[in-house]
Design a protein around this ligand. Structure first.
Ligand SMILES: [Mg+2]
Length: 298
């Protein structure tokens, strides 16, 4: 009996959860969705928020850099808009046809005897559509997405306590670019010695904020010290590392600070980490002829 207990400890796999980003991680950047998303965000800022076209590039860069997503930054500096409307504008016109079924990745994922969870800043509609196009919709235990981390997701278009959906309006967003309520982030950073401290806070919870990652881990009951996190974004990898996750940078062949591994493609998973499939290897060797059930399925 003593032997069995000791043996059980040896046999225990290093990981009991694999946490995957979705966009540009489970499919390559070359699919062109990221470029289309950026274009749609910029169109939204001009058409729906009334922001001057000449400011868009600088504003996008500053918001993305300081707030994790442009959307989070737009809310922080004072723009008010409906999150669902934003997401449908940004994702509704994406070239989803570029995402083809990936049977190789599908069989890799389905053969892994470990919990698998998606963690994306995108909204649920986009996450489901992308996974469906890739043929991966049934490969994961669950999806942590925008709505998971931002459950009271209606913005302040209505202050009705019942949060009745505001239907039938095509002008949920007001062109407020000239309003004194908008924080001038471009002006802020054009000053000498401007710092990120003192910037207005965003109400949106998203990667790479450490508290967003911690919240996601808590919701899905994930122990960061027994989880491997797959991401294409270097700053998300580094934030993940700070909260205790082991990390795989996907889409790059060179590791960066904070990345335990780097894969050119998610398809390199099995050749780079064959041990993920070997949770019962020791048991098979020692209990020759005895079938051992995989014990780490969720
Ligand atoms: Mg990504």
């Amino acid at each position: 009996m003593e032997y069995e207990i000791r043996f059980g400890q040896v046999q225990r796999s290093k990981y009991d959860c694999l946490l995957f980003d979705l966009d540009d991680t489970l499919y390559p950047l070359s699919a062109g969705l990221a470029t289309a998303v950026l274009k749609n965000i910029q169109d939204y800022m001009v058409e729906k928020l009334g922001i001057e076209e000449s400011k868009i590039d600088d504003l996008c860069n500053l918001l993305y850099k300081n707030y994790g997503t442009t959307m989070a930054g737009l809310r922080a500096i004072g723009y008010d808009f409906d999150y669902d409307e934003y997401h449908s504008f940004v994702h509704g016109r994406l070239p989803y046809e570029n995402l083809k079924p990936d049977p190789v990745l599908r069989s890799l994922l389905l053969s892994l005897p470990i919990r698998k969870v998606i963690f994306t800043n995108s909204d649920k509609v986009h996450a489901i559509e992308a996974l469906k196009r890739l043929g991966l919709e049934d490969c994961f235990e669950g999806i942590i997405c925008f709505e998971t981390l931002n459950p009271t997701h209606k913005s302040t278009v209505s202050d009705d306590e019942d949060d009745i959906e505001f239907l039938g309006s095509t002008q949920l967003s007001r062109p407020l670019s000239t309003s004194p309520k908008i924080f001038d982030i471009i002006g802020h950073f054009s000053q000498p010695n401007a710092e990120s401290t003192g910037l207005p806070k965003t109400p949106i919870v998203c990667k790479p904020s450490e508290s967003a990652i911690e919240k996601a881990l808590k919701i899905a009951n994930i122990d960061p010290h027994r989880t491997l996190f797959f991401e294409d974004s270097v700053r998300n990898i580094q934030a993940g590392k700070r909260v205790g996750l082991d990390t795989v940078l996907v889409g790059k062949s060179q590791r960066v600070k904070g990345a335990d591994y780097a894969f050119e493609s998610i398809h390199n998973l099995k050749e780079a980490l064959p041990e993920l499939w070997e949770t019962d290897k020791v048991a098979e060797v020692n209990y020759s002829g005895v079938a051992v059930e995989t014990s780490v399925t969720a």
